[in-house]
Design a protein around this ligand. Structure first.
Ligand code: NAD
Length: 439
């Protein structure tokens, strides 16, 4: 058992009293806090870009792309919060003389842990939902993105009083200290392995959890798909942020007679997007977050190669730049390490099928992924695959896009996550639905 530091304990005590004030706060009061947050992030957007370049070599667009969804979340809260907070009349039957309502009330103190791959967006987007629902928060930015962690702490300290939102910078030891507190709810984005640790810690206090985890996202290319577009899209999204995206396409299933053309288009797209004069372009590729993860991803390729996999392209890495070349592997044996672990690096595993049931059977045997992607021009094909598989979300004829629709919940299922957020779904996730009967 770890020791909880004095500052953690003191903030927890303060927030334990203040959470009742926040619970009773109005939509206007919550919105005022969020508008201040938005204004400070807007004022410091150039610093966001710089910090993300320093930690992950994200370009200007990638940096600003982490701020934009936070603004979108705030704007939606400003427009909708009064409606979301309004009690809902309920049918009191069998007590027909009575009155019944369902109210959304805050959960209390929320512990928030963020991942390092989108370290800014995935800290502040959940925080918007947490505040909108009237909670206090104790926040730990991710230690592997230290420039973003420092900036996020500065922003939080400028915008919020500690009794509302308190930030703590640190690594695993700090995370474990925070998990000792009898918190009301934990919002965790990270790996399934640590997700289990978080859930076990939550069980000690019966805290509720939102777990936004990862997995190996499968893609099925159907015979009716536009091969050129499908292959180019998959290639582009596999190497976003050098493959360090929880929603990246990873295991690609292609009809066997289409696979050569598919791989040729993928390789052409890799060259066009991620190479300059035949050399890996570090600015376009981004950076693997640290040496340990660089060795982990490179290790998947070396291990699969030793066990008989074919490296169709890429396969090498540049340790100085901490980039891995966009890689296609085929014939990967079942005992290769990459088959059982989320890659979180720019490796496409390409499998072929005669009958699509082979791909579906494989997907059914794997832990449920965060996303499934289908490329097809046949609606019956889509519905058939949807009926036989499960995943957090799905995009048909593109990758990742469902995450950008604020009107849909974003989250995983079982090993890829528990709970969902964005917009009203975030508000509901961070609220308790309380049934009230007046007799
Ligand atoms: P991680 O699980 O290693 O770390 C996340 C947080 O947990 C950090 O704050 C870290 O300090 C803490 N932590 C790490 N080890 C711990 C331990 N042993 N005990 C207690 N706390 C610990 O995740 P990561 O490497 O930062 O992020 C990558 C993972 O996040 C991938 O699996 C990816 O798929 C997932 N992810 C999911 C989403 C989503 O929205 N579902 C988004 C981005 C990333």
């Amino acid at each position: 058992m770890t020791q909880v530091s004095e500052r953690l304990q003191s903030v927890f005590t303060t927030q334990s009293a203040h959470k009742w004030v926040n619970k009773a706060s109005t939509a206007e009061e919550r919105i005022a806090k969020l508008l201040k947050l938005k204004a400070v992030i807007q004022a410091r957007e150039d610093d966001v870009v710089k910090a993300l370049h320093a930690d992950l070599r994200k370009d200007d667009e990638g940096g600003r792309g982490e701020a934009a969804p936070i603004y979108g979340e705030v704007d939606q809260v400003v427009a909708e919060l009064a409606n979301w907070m309004a009690p809902v009349e309920a049918d009191p039957t069998p007590f027909v003389e009575s009155r019944a309502k369902i109210t959304s009330e805050s959960r209390g103190i929320v512990l928030l842990f963020s991942p390092w791959n989108y370290p800014f967006a995935l800290l502040f987007q959940p925080l918007v939902s947490i505040i909108a629902a009237g909670n206090c928060a104790m926040v730990k930015p991710n230690e592997l993105a230290p420039h973003v962690s420092k900036l996020a702490a500065e922003i939080i300290n400028e915008v919020f009083e500690e009794k509302d939102v308190a930030v703590f910078e640190g690594g695993v030891d700090l995370a474990n200290e925070m998990l000792e507190l009898p918190i009301d709810h934990i919002f965790f984005t990270g790996s399934p392995a640590v997700g289990k640790i978080v859930m076990a810690a939550a069980a000690k206090h019966l805290a509720s959890v939102t777990l936004e985890l990862g997995g190996k996202n499968p893609v099925i290319v159907d015979r009716t798909a536009d091969l050129q577009t499908s292959a180019a899209t998959i290639a582009a999204f596999r190497n976003v942020n050098n493959g360090q995206v929880c929603l990246c396409p990873e295991n690609i299933w292609v009809p066997e007679e289409m696979v050569d053309e598919f791989m040729a288009v993928v390789q052409g797209t890799f060259q066009a997007m991620f190479y300059k004069d035949g050399k890996l372009n570090p600015e376009a590729n981004g950076k693997i977050i640290d040496e340990r993860n660089y060795q982990r991803v490179k290790g998947y390729i070396d291990d699969a190669r030793e066990k008989g996999a074919t490296i169709v392209c890429g396969g090498a890495g540049d340790p100085e730049l901490r980039s891995i070349h966009p890689t296609i592997m085929t014939n990967v044996p079942a005992d290769a390490r990459i088959m059982g672990e989320e890659t979180f690096g720019p490796i496409l595993n390409v499998f072929t099928y005669k009958e699509v049931d082979e791909a579906i059977a494989h997907i059914q045997q794997q832990p449920k992924p965060l996303a499934l992607y289908l490329f097809t021009n046949d609606d019956e094909f889509s519905e058939m695959v949807l009926s036989k598989t499960s995943s957090g979300g799905v995009t048909v004829n593109n990758c990742l896009m469902h995450v950008a629709v604020p009107g849909m919940p974003f989250g995983g299922v079982n090993s890829s996550g528990i709970g969902a957020y964005h917009g009203v779904f975030g508000f509901n996730e961070l609220s308790h639905q309380r049934s009230v009967l007046f007799m």
